[in-house]
Design a protein around this ligand. Structure first.
Ligand SMILES: Nc1nc2c(c(=O)[nH]1)N[C@H]1C(S)=C(S)[C@@H](COP(=O)(O)O)O[C@H]1N2
Ligand SMILES: [Mo]
Length: 466
């Protein structure tokens, strides 16, 4: 009905009805009204204080129908903050004819949406979610980039990204007679140390378990892992540990809490980092300070670190004490039925290897992948099977990243096969102590989908250029 009024207004003004044109008021809709138009075939969205009917447009949305449906009945602005490609005149031209009115009592979505201030991200990441952001690194780039470029590092956030003013920021270190507050500049006065470490989320390869039985959590494929050079100060260089200290707790501006055993804190090359790949740590990865705990599960590498607490206890909270990071026995299908306080939380990561991509080049299959173990031990070999695990051959290893340090960074590997071979491959790695990966996924299955380090199988898939 109101739509017609608009059309009529335009027609009359064109034959001289200037008065109507001048006094024409576009229809106003409440947020509640817009919210009702959130189903396929009937989709309204809000941009700034305008309301658009995009029902007919959604199939043509360059980012896919699903993405636009996320904003159905709501404001697109928080999403456009992530996808900056919308900030151009062309987009406004597309929108214009779809405008149906204005929003009544417009309130810009800044406070209401805490994710509005999240940083702009590289669209080549493989996104699982946006609020909070969970995204995998594009693993097919690893062969050419053993050190992951910071903007392509996987992102695993539990909350909105804190917006921190470095000049006002301090790190507090407390417990057992210690009580210091250090600015980033204060930290920089200590001896600077750099380490190249791989960080892997406890849920990396969770999707592999889901084929056995459902698990809870983001269904990560093989890209919840990345490697960077971190620069900062060793925790053991700035804190003297009293013998009663059993755990070192980390807390962050976004309220995450985690802890590590004091032994690791003293001897495990734990870093308080202020640089990632030679630059300030990007906001998504912990600006301005991050705990780097080489070889330990992702969540102990606390971003936006603002407190270090020496304690006789583990950190409180879900990330340490409850089941989030507990590898439950495979028989447990209902976490409510067990006493999880008896099960230790994950810390050091087991040996892992993965085939990241298989390409066809000059009549050969070229396999690339990574291998790594949280103990910091050297990867001695990566074996590939082309006959479903009966026989194995060695792949070629590139250990350059660990030349001057313990093996905290992954070893990249490569293998070549004639095209006449079966297109399916399995990989497994060994460390210098001959520790290797388990073969059967069903044996390692656990309710929270953690620590999947079973033999990794991948087949070559033709991809067609459009
Ligand atoms: N403060 C804080 N630290 C955090 C997280 C977080 O949400 N908040 N996520 C943790 C988890 S589960 C992982 S796997 C890694 C991910 O780090 P990244 O986003 O830099 O890849 O950071 C860890 N540190
Ligand atoms: Mo994680």
């Amino acid at each position: 009905m109101m739509f017609r009024t608009v059309k009529l207004g335009v027609t009359i003004s064109s034959i001289g009805g200037y008065v109507l044109y001048k006094y024409y008021q576009p229809p106003k809709f409440t947020y509640e009204e817009v919210k009702k138009h959130n189903k396929e075939g009937d989709v309204w969205v809000i941009h700034k204080d305008n309301v658009y009917d995009v029902s007919k447009f959604i199939e043509n949305h360059p980012g896919g129908k699903d993405k636009i449906m996320l904003a159905a009945g709501k404001s697109v602005d928080p999403y456009w903050n992530l996808y900056q490609q919308h900030n151009k005149a062309q987009v406004q031209d597309i929108l214009k004819p779809m405008k149906i009115g204005k929003i009544l009592n417009y309130t810009p979505k800044t406070e209401g949406d805490l994710y509005m201030k999240d940083p702009i991200r590289n669209p080549n990441l493989k996104f699982h979610s946006y609020k909070p952001c969970n995204a995998e690194t594009p693993v097919d780039l690893i062969g050419d980039n053993p050190i992951t470029p910071s903007d392509l590092w996987y992102i695993r956030n539990h909350h909105p990204v804190p917006d921190i003013n470095k000049d006002k920021f301090t790190l507090s270190i407390s417990g057992y007679g210690i009580n210091k507050n250090l600015t980033v500049e204060d930290l920089k006065k200590f001896k600077e140390t750099s380490l190249i470490t791989t960080i892997q989320c406890g849920g990396n390869r969770r999707d592999g378990y889901n084929k056995v039985d459902k698990t809870s959590g983001t269904p990560w494929n093989v890209g919840a892992i990345s490697t960077a050079k971190w620069t900062g100060v060793l925790l053991s260089d700035i804190v003297k540990f009293n013998k009663n200290v059993k755990h070192v707790q980390f807390e962050s501006t976004d309220t995450l809490k985690a802890s590590i055993p004091v032994d690791k804190a003293m001897k495990g090359e734990v870093l308080i980092a202020y640089k990632m790949n030679n630059e300030e740590i990007p906001r998504d990865h912990g600006f301005p300070l991050r705990a780097i705990v080489p070889g330990y599960v992702g969540v102990r590498n606390v971003k936006w670190l603002n407190k270090v607490i020496l304690s006789d206890k583990e950190a409180d909270g879900p990330w340490q004490r409850s089941i989030s990071y507990k590898v439950l026995p495979k028989e447990v299908k209902d976490a409510g039925k067990i006493d999880s306080s008896k099960i230790p939380t994950m810390q050091e990561m087991p040996i892992q290897s993965v085939i990241t991509n298989i390409d066809k080049e000059d009549g050969k299959y070229i396999l690339n992948g990574y291998a790594w173990t949280g103990s910091g031990d050297e990867i001695s070999k990566v074996e590939i099977s082309n006959d479903n695990g009966k026989t194995w051959v060695l792949s070629e290893l590139n250990k350059d990243l660990n030349k001057n340090q313990k093996h905290w960074a992954w070893t990249i590997w490569k293998s070549k096969y004639n095209i006449s071979n079966n297109p399916c491959f399995i990989c497994r790695a060994f460390d210098i102590n001959n520790k290797s990966q388990p073969s059967v996924v069903a044996d390692k299955w656990n309710l929270r989908g953690l620590n999947n380090n079973t033999w990794h199988k991948k087949c070559y898939e033709e991809c067609y250029e459009e």
